[in-house]
Design a protein around this ligand. Structure first.
Ligand code: GLN
Length: 240
């Protein structure tokens, strides 16, 4: 008889048993630069196991990866410095889903206006800094039925615009002359930042895309009223 060494999975409300060597399904947040902790905060609100990822072994067996907003030139240099561009592409081919917010969406685009593309994993064209300088950053809101029946807040920070989408890409949100959110079966891109608001609807949507079971909106509403703009600081590293 084989006796497995079991541990309780506290992410599961009823608790279920996993062999000790099997970790619960996890979404990694690329921890190079930008809004890493804000995404971890949102995943935790939904009962999803989230972790920072940076070195090649960190990417093994992730259900999904979030590439946060920040600065895409800086992120791309760090990607190559840490030698993880190939690792991300390899794990993507093995089934890891990816969501890019803002600069993350730029890294995932197949075409970047006026520049060479980076990871090239979704057939969109994107234009960086398309609204102008940082001073042209703004907030708005929209109803996006795929993610929630409630209006959700949208925060654009020196955002790009998705200017074209190709075959196999579904447009989730179009505003005026540009696309603000889109997806293929394996990649989600948003040019705005749900993680900088109380909106957990996109994180729930992405977790489901990864095959996970986040807490539903009877437990955590689309816009979590317990969130504030300092919530993420609980993840700050203690020894700086
Ligand atoms: N302007 C940044 C870039 O081009 C993206 C800004 C963001 O991620 N909020 O990389």
């Amino acid at each position: 008889m084989v006796v497995l060494n079991m541990v309780r999975d506290n992410n599961e409300p009823g608790g279920f048993l996993l062999p000790k060597h099997v970790s619960p399904p996890t979404i990694g947040v690329l921890d190079l630069q930008g809004g890493v902790l804000e995404h971890l905060d949102h995943l935790q609100r939904l009962g999803i196991n989230g972790t920072r990822v940076k070195e090649p072994p960190d990417f093994t067996n992730l259900a999904g990866l979030i590439i946060p907003g920040g600065e895409s030139t800086c992120l791309s240099r760090l990607l190559y410095l840490y030698g993880i561009a190939e690792t991300i592409i390899r794990e993507f081919r093995r089934g890891m889903k990816i969501w890019g917010t803002c600069a993350g969406a730029i890294l995932l685009a197949r075409s970047v206006v006026g520049e060479s593309p980076y990871l090239s994993l979704i057939d969109i064209e994107i234009e960086r800094n398309s609204f102008g300088s940082q001073l042209e950053s703004f907030t708005s809101e929209a109803v996006i039925l795929q993610v929630s029946s409630q209006p959700v807040p949208l925060t654009f920070i020196r955002a790009p615009k998705i200017t074209k989408s190709g075959k196999g890409v579904e447009i989730i949100l179009r505003i005026d002359d540009y696309i603000a959110a889109a997806e293929s079966p394996d990649v989600l891109v948003t040019v705005f930042h749900p993680e900088l608001t109380g909106c957990v609807a996109f994180h729930r949507y992405f977790a489901r895309k990864c095959g996970l079971e986040p807490l539903d909106d009877t437990k955590v509403p689309a816009v979590d009223p317990t969130w504030d703009n300092k919530s993420w600081t609980r993840f700050e590293r203690k020894n700086k």
